[in-house]
Design a binder for this molecule. Structure first.
Ligand SMILES: Cc1cc2nc3c(=O)[nH]c(=O)nc-3n(C[C@H](O)[C@H](O)[C@H](O)COP(=O)(O)OP(=O)(O)OC[C@H]3O[C@@H](n4cnc5c(N)ncnc54)[C@H](O)[C@@H]3O)c2cc1C
Length: 425
């Protein structure tokens, strides 16, 4: 049987998406995962300071994540999440709700009736949306988000567009890709009303999808090797060897920097170098525990002009009362003590939280995502080696590095593989 199996390297969201799709088509797979916990960059962690599971980083999904949501529901029919109609609450007063109208009127009327913006600013935001709608959301080639926003007032940029860009592209507006930003706006704000829903998990990320996915795979008789870091992939006349075991095909679903050695081993040196030098951006999540009676008015609060960008009240989402997850996208590597001090002060000063938390812990993902710039070249899923595929949030996609891009890439690899299989049988 071994030469009929497909090896999947990595049980992040991309690898699991590929494994589920192949399983649904009766293709036997073997999943190798280096870690002890599935989910990759979107996985459960445990901190000694806290009794309950937390996440490697606070995540949010949207209703536009069609592939991702469908896969989650295929293995977890009753997913644990809060699904909220589009709403943004910024600490200095901007508050926006989608109107009860079909798309795109729901977001346009939402912008027009936003609180905390002047009438002129609201019109400007609506005109911006209409301008790009008419142009089918096609940005000038190689333009940045800052260039795209030239017509927008300073307040609109700092209170609305910049926080959205950082949250979705994890890249500062000065260097972020205008086209990818417009893709996100188009898909989440203008198609179906439900696409703009905000989906906040109410369980840890591994319990939401990776664990149910592994259960589904093992109940379907698939092989899963947790804690196995693949070291070698070799091409043979009749397939590909993964650490000495023969497979008909391999889907490499690791982060780009972990795909590098395999591409080198397979002689794809140019692609290997491209992935090795892909610029990345950090995301830091500061976990702050306050007394359990402390809560914020909203489950998710945006902050601008501060180091803190989004504050999630985990009491409201996860029943972890008094626990806040503060997200800093495109984080620039400040000393941990400075981040602790600055954010604790900002939350005290702007949100009225106590001056001293019970405990706090910073989780910094140095290579959280690739830097989503206009210059970036994202590799295709098919490579020069016929049965070796690349999946992952960094591969070719209209989306930035997100759970949706990861799941779409896994699905795409599985589709390519199935098509090749059909042609050859
Ligand atoms: C802090 C943070 C916050 C984020 N917030 C959001 C958000 O709110 N919304 C959103 O949509 N996205 C968010 N993202 C992005 C999202 O997490 C990623 O896009 C997604 O998880 C990438 O999945 P992946 O499967 O492509 O890669 P990964 O998650 O990196 O998975 C790759 C897997 O491969 C394994 N692996 C690597 N090498 C080997 C090997 N040699 N052998 C076996 N296994 C190996 C790894 O252990 C890992 O499990 C965030 C990311 C971070 C870090």
């Amino acid at each position: 049987m071994s030469d009929r199996r497909v090896a999947i390297i990595g049980a992040g969201w991309a690898g699991l998406a590929a494994a589920i799709t192949l399983t649904q088509h009766q293709i036997p797979v073997t999943v190798y995962e280096a870690g002890r916990v599935a989910g990759g960059r979107a996985r459960r962690i445990h901190l000694p300071e806290h009794d309950h599971p937390l996440d490697n980083g606070q995540h949010i999904l949207t209703g536009a994540y069609h592939t991702c949501l469908k896969l989650i529901q295929a293995v977890n029919p009753d997913p644990e999440w809060l699904r909220l109609p589009l709403q943004l609450h910024m600490h200095q007063g901007l508050s926006l709700h989608a109107a009860a109208l079909p798309a795109p009127l729901h977001s346009l009327v939402g912008l027009l009736s936003a609180k905390g913006l002047t009438w002129e600013a609201r019109w400007q935001a609506v005109l911006f949306m209409l301008h790009w709608h008419i142009r089918q959301f096609k940005a000038p080639p190689h333009s940045t988000v800052a260039e795209l926003l030239r017509t927008q007032s300073r307040t609109l940029v700092t209170c609305l567009w910049e926080p959205l860009c950082l949250a979705t592209l994890n890249t500062p507006i000065q260097t972020a890709s205008a086209q990818v930003f417009l893709n996100v706006i188009r898909d989440s704000l203008t198609r179906r009303r439900s696409d703009s829903d905000l989906i906040i998990p109410t369980t840890d990320l591994t319990a939401l999808f990776p664990e149910p996915a592994l259960r589904f795979l093992s109940n379907s008789g698939q092989q899963i090797h947790m804690g196995h870091r693949v070291k070698q992939v070799k091409s043979e006349a009749n397939g590909l060897l993964v650490d000495g075991h023969l497979y008909r095909a391999v889907i490499c679903a690791t982060a780009p920097w972990h795909a590098y050695p395999f591409l080198q081993q397979l002689g794809m040196t140019t692609l290997a170098d491209q992935l090795h030098t892909m610029p990345t951006q950090a995301i830091a999540t500061l976990w702050l525990q306050y007394n359990t009676n402390i809560r914020l008015p909203q489950v998710m609060t945006g902050m601008t002009g501060t180091l803190a960008q989004w504050v999630f009240d985990r009491g409201q989402s996860h029943g972890q009362h008094g626990l806040m997850a503060v997200v800093i996208s495109a984080e620039s590597g400040q000393p941990v003590t400075d981040i602790h001090r600055t954010i604790t002060h900002e939350l005290h000063h702007h949100l009225g939280l106590p001056a001293t938390p019970v405990w706090r812990k910073l989780i910094r993902e140095q290579r959280a995502t690739f830097a989503c710039t206009p210059q970036i070249t994202r590799p295709q899923h098919i490579t020069d080696i016929p049965n070796f595929y690349l999946a992952g949030d960094y591969t070719a996609s209209p989306y930035p590095a997100t759970l949706e891009a990861a799941c779409q890439s896994g699905l795409q690899c599985a589709i390519h593989l199935l098509q090749r299989h059909q042609r050859s049988s």
